[in-house]
Design a protein around this ligand. Sequence first.
Ligand code: HEM
Length: 464
Amino acid sequence: MAGDKQRLQGFSSSPDRPVSFSLEEVQKHRTPSDAWMIYRNKVYDVSGWHEHPGGNVIFTHAGDDFTDIFAAFHPPTAYAVLEPFYIGDLDEKSAVAKPAAQRAFERSYRELRSKLLTMGMYNSDPWYYVMVCSRQMALWAASVACVVWSDRWDVNMLGACLMAVFWQQCGWLAHDFLHHQVFKNRAYGDLAGVFWGNLMQGFSVGWWKNKHNTHHAVPNLHESSADAHDGDPDMDTMPVLAWSIKMAEAAKDTTVSRFLIGHQAFLYFPILLIARVSWVMQSFLFVFNGLPGANLWTTKGADTFVPKSLANKLESPALIGHLVWMSYLAFNLGFVKSLAFFAVAQCGCGLFLALVFGLGHNGMATYDADARPDFWKLQVTTTRNVTSTPFVDWFCGGLQYQVDHHLFPQIPRHNLRKVHTLVESFCKQHDVHYHEASMWEGTKEVLSHLSDVSAEFIAEFPAM
Ligand code: HEM
């Protein structure tokens, strides 16, 4: 850990008389190399702290208040680590800019979090996860059996469909472990993540955390500058999909980009089919970062990632293990059938995963990072829930309660139904727009949003 007390001493003249900074002053420090942040009216300097155990996600809140996102991600032990970064207090007068109603609202949603803690909503049910893990192993065994014990095309292709579903469900399971919903000891969660993520699914845990935690911290935000780390990587789908006219503008000068953005609603499903292939490639480039092309195609901040844990060290053998068992299946199938098997499995999984991701946030509000609302409103207004049915609950793996999950990422998925009821009524009470749609209606909303952005793009930037 940096823990650079000397670096910070320049600011604190005396512990009795702390230095105070105006809000405007703090807001000037927005980049990873120059990052000041506010926690409960105290100012912290985390400039250049790439060794932060959560990685570069910390810089999403450079120049901003990180009180609520800190509570969302950290165990109680992390509070003790704040102290070395403290450099002074927020000037009371500059903070008064926040209206009393807003301060009361923030107090209420913090109270709701405490209530959920005392209700035991953060406690996982081990038997629930034993059941889900067993179901997953059964699905994998069924898929492998369809390949190993039969030469028939139809049985082999059934195996491919089962593999697609297995990979998708591995995604939800690794997600739960890596958000520390299951184990209080985070090292166990990370190791389980490497098993379900790297070995079984072929995705890198380090790559995923870097991207996914950043997405959680700043959903649907456009970054404030190229130097900042405050944009949502999940929204970064250019040059193929634009979720706002601001993104679409980048496509205005080339014929191919114009075609893609102009027809993005039609191209949406074909693009989802190749999503898994892209994620697997990004994972390998992230873990084996000396490979050619590694710098070209990976998420922002990956170059400063500091691998530390045992789980990080196991990532590369686990990814190689993934290739080994996949090669065994290919060997059993022969050349032509293995091509067909992997095309069906890869495309099916990409479609099933990306469909759920799309429902979660696409077509919802987007913001500029330097004009974002408070934690609660940001998370709720950028996120869509999918109406729960038994099929939706299984298919979306807990992410049907995307709003509730975004507000409380460490709450295990089996408790989200109860949390949802409280969150929804809280939003009604405080007049915050809470959106839910069926799977079908939500997908139509995503497509019609893409189509609206295309129309606006064509009108605003006509071909020359
Ligand atoms: C001075 C400010 C901060 C300090 C001292 C700090 C400290 C820590 C510590 C000690 C951990 C490890 C917890 C554990 O596993 O036991 C951690 C993890 C984490 N932190 Fe922070 N943090 C800070 C700010 C932030 C901010 C602003 C964010 C998000 C915007 C963030 C996101 C995370 C995440 C997502 C993890 C979990 C990573 C994982 O699951 O592997 N942190 N942080």
